[in-house]
Write a protein of this length. Structure first.
Ligand code: 1PR
Length: 526
C-alpha cells in the first residue's frame, strides 16, 4: 500500500499510473492523519517551491510529515517532494514553515547552460542503496528543474549529476529518500527504481560507492498533430507547410494513443501532442483530447507535452474559463508540460508594447503555479526574405546561410497565429525573448516553410532564437533523414530535435536516429 501526497498542483497522474502498473495499491492523503497511518509515503512535487510549501502549511501537513520522517518511516520525495525535506529554497521568499528534515537549502543553477535543466542525464552513485538495485551505471533519468539541493551533510548524498558542474541529484537518510529526477518519467529504468521503493522491505543504504555515470543526452521527440477528421474522429494528421488536407480530406496517419505508445516503445525521449484546431475548438469542450492524455499516460512513462487552445475563453453559456483552468485540466489528465502557441504571440506583443508584466497572462499564471519548466512556447514562424536589414526595421534580421529565391541575403522570421492562418508584426526572436522574460521554460521552434518538407531543420532560425534566449530550444520541422538530426545538434545549440512525418510514415525510426547520433559522438539515451 502506497500513500500518495497530492497537494493539488502538477501532474501526479503519471506517478499514480506508474505505481498501479507496478502492482502497488494507492491511497491518497486527504487529511493530516492519513500521513501518520501510511505504510510508505510517496510525495511527487511539481512546480513552484513556494506554492508547494504554502499549501503544505495550509493543509496542516507539516507537523504530521515531521513526525513521520523523524520516525524513519519509508518516504520517497520526487523533485519538489524531495526539495521539501530541506530548510528552504531560493525560489521562495515567503515566511512559510518548511520541513527542515535535512539541513541545507535549495539553490538556483548558476551556469551559462540553458535553465531549466531539462532532459535525460546520468547519475554518479555515491552510496549502495536498495533503491538503486539493478540500475545500470550508464542509465539516464529525466530531469526538469531550475533549482538543486545543497545539503550541509555530505553523508546524505545518494547520487550526483553533472550539468556544467556536479550537483546533488538524490539523497537518502535511513528510510527517507528523494530524487531530483522523475522516475515516473524515466521509462523502464525509472519504473525499476520505483519498484525497488515499493517492494523492498529494508531500504537502508549499506555503504559508500563511487560509480560515475553518463552526461546529458540530446533529446529526440516525436510529435503528434491531432485534430478531428471530417467524420469527427480524432486522428493524428500531418501537414505540408501546415496544410493537413490531401485531396480535400484531413490526412489520417493513425490513432493518437496507439501512436504515442509505439513511440514510447521505440525510444522517444518525449512525446508532444498538438491539438491543432485548439484555437477554434475550446479544449475543455473537446474532451477527447483529455481522454487521449489519460489513456496515453497509463502506459507511456516519458514526458508528455500538450498544446492547443490554452487561452482565456468565454463559453456560449457565458461561463468564463482562464488559460490556467485549461492547463490545470491538461496536467490532471497526464500532461507534464503545456505548450502555448497563438496566445503567446498576443501576450508577447502586449508585453513588448508596454514593457510591463501584468502577472495575469497565461504564461505568468501557469508558470507561477506549475513552474517555468511546465510552460513551453510553440512558435510557428514563416521566413520573410529581404535585401537588406533596412527593409525589415524593428525586426531581428538574420544574414542567411543561403540566398533567397531572388538572391536576397537577409531574412526575418514572422510570427503567425492560428496554425499559420494569420501573420503578426512580430519576429520569432522577439517572441522567444519576451516569453522567456514572462516565465516560459522552453521553446518549441517550428518552421512553417520547412514543415513536412523533409529538407532538414532551418539552421538560421534555430541559431537566431537559441542564441537569443537562455531556456532550452526544441528544433522542429523539416527532418527528413538521420543526418538532419546530427546536423542540427552539430550546427546549433538546440537541446532537442522533434520530428513527425518521417516517424509516422516509418521512413526513419527513432532508434535509427539515435544510432546515427551515437556514431557521430552525440550523446543520446539508449
Ligand atoms: O495556437 O495555442 O492553439 O496551439 C496550436 C498548436 O498547434 C501550435 O503549437 C501550432 O504549432 C500547432 N499547429 C496548428 N496548426 C498546425 C498545422 O500543422 N496545421 N501544427 C499545427 C504544427 C508543426 C509541428 C510538426 C513539425 C514537424 N505542427 O509540430 O509536428 O513541423 O513536422 P515534420 O517533422 O513532419 O516536418 P494554439
Amino acid at each position: 500500500m502506497i500513500t500518495l501526497l497530492d497537494y493539488g498542483a502538477g501532474n501526479v497522474r503519471s506517478v499514480m499510473n506508474a505505481v498501479e502498473k507496478l502492482g502497488g495499491t494507492l491511497k491518497l492523503v486527504t487529511k493530516p492523519e492519513d500521513i501518520l497511518t501510511a505504510e510508505k509515503l510517496l510525495f511527487p512535487g511539481v512546480g513552484n517551491y513556494g506554492n508547494m510549501i504554502k499549501i503544505l502549511n495550509q493543509k496542516n501537513y507539516i507537523e504530521p510529515l515531521r513526525k513521520y520522517l523523524e520516525a524513519d518511516r519509508p518516504f520517497f520525495g520526487i523533485c519538489l517532494g524531495m526539495q521539501a525535506l530541506f530548510d528552504d529554497s531560493e525560489e521562495d521568499n515567503s515566511e512559510h514553515e518548511s520541513l527542515g528534515f535535512f539541513k541545507g537549502r535549495v539553490e538556483r543553477f548558476k551556469t551559462d547552460l540553458a535553465i531549466p535543466h531539462i532532459g535525460w542525464n546520468g547519475i554518479n552513485i555515491k552510496q549502495k542503496s536498495p533503491l538503486l538495485e539493478g540500475v545500470d551505471p550508464g542509465a539516464r533519468f529525466y530531469f526538469v528543474h531550475s533549482y538543486h539541493l545543497v545539503p550541509e551533510d555530505p553523508s546524505v548524498i545518494l547520487t550526483t549529476t553533472t550539468y556544467d558542474y556536479e550537483f546533488v541529484s538524490s539523497v537518502q537518510k535511513g528510510n527517507v529518500m528523494g530524487t531530483q529526477f522523475h522516475p515516473e518519467k524515466s521509462g523502464k529504468v525509472g519504473m525499476g527504481l520505483l519498484e525497488n521503493f515499493i517492494k523492498s522491505d529494508d531500504l537502508h543504504a549499506t555503504g559508500p560507492m563511487d560509480i560515475s555515470g553518463n552526461g546529458l543526452a540530446k533529446r529526440v521527440i516525436a510529435c503528434l498533430d491531432v485534430r478531428s477528421n471530417d467524420d469527427g474522429d480524432l486522428v493524428v494528421t500531418k501537414g505540408d507547410q501546415y496544410d493537413v488536407r490531401d485531396k480535400g480530406g484531413v490526412r489520417n496517419l493513425g490513432q493518437p494513443v496507439a501512436l504515442a505508445k509505439r513511440y514510447y516503445r521505440e525510444g522517444a525521449d518525449e512525446i508532444t501532442f498538438l491539438n491543432i484546431t485548439g484555437f477554434r475548438d475550446f479544449p475543455l469542450k473537446d474532451m477527447p483530447m483529455l481522454k487521449v492524455l489519460e489513456e496515453t499516460s497509463k502506459n507511456v512513462f516519458v514526458p508528455l507535452t500538450i498544446g492547443g487552445g490554452i487561452r482565456d475563453y468565454t463559453a456560449s453559456d457565458g461561463k468564463k474559463y482562464c488559460a490556467l483552468d485549461v492547463a490545470a485540466q491538461y496536467f490532471r489528465s497526464g500532461a507534464d508540460k503545456i505548450s502555448i502557441g497563438s496566445d503567446a504571440v498576443d501576450i508577447a506583443q502586449a508585453y513588448i508594447k508596454t514593457g510591463q508584466k501584468t502577472g495575469k497572462s497565461a504564461i505568468e499564471q501557469i508558470s507561477r503555479v506549475y513552474g517555468n519548466q511546465a510552460v513551453v512556447i510553440s512558435i510557428d514562424p514563416k521566413r520573410v526574405w529581404v535585401d537588406s536589414p533596412a527593409d525589415a526595421k524593428g525586426h531581428q534580421v538574420i544574414k542567411t546561410s543561403e540566398p533567397g529565391p531572388d538572391n536576397q541575403a537577409y531574412c526575418w522570421y514572422q510570427c503567425t497565429v492560428q496554425g499559420g492562418r494569420q501573420t503578426r508584426n512580430l519576429d520569432a526572436v522577439a517572441l522567444a525573448r519576451a516569453c522567456e522574460a514572462l516565465g516560459a521554460g522552453e521553446i518549441l521552434l517550428n518552421c512553417i516553410d520547412r514543415d513536412g518538407s523533409n529538407a532538414g531543420f532551418d539552421m538560421d532560425l534555430i541559431n537566431g532564437v537559441r542564441n537569443a534566449v537562455s531556456i532550452p530550444v526544441i528544433a522542429s520541422s523539416g527532418a527528413g533523414c538521420e543526418a538532419h538530426f546530427s546536423e542540427v545538434f552539430e550546427k546549433t545549440g538546440a537541446e532537442a530535435a522533434l520530428a513527425a512525418g518521417i516517424f509516422h510514415r516509418k521512413e526513419v525510426s527513432i532508434q535509427a536516429v539515435k544510432n546515427h547520433l551515437t556514431q557521430r559522438g552525440i550523446q543520446v539515451r539508449q
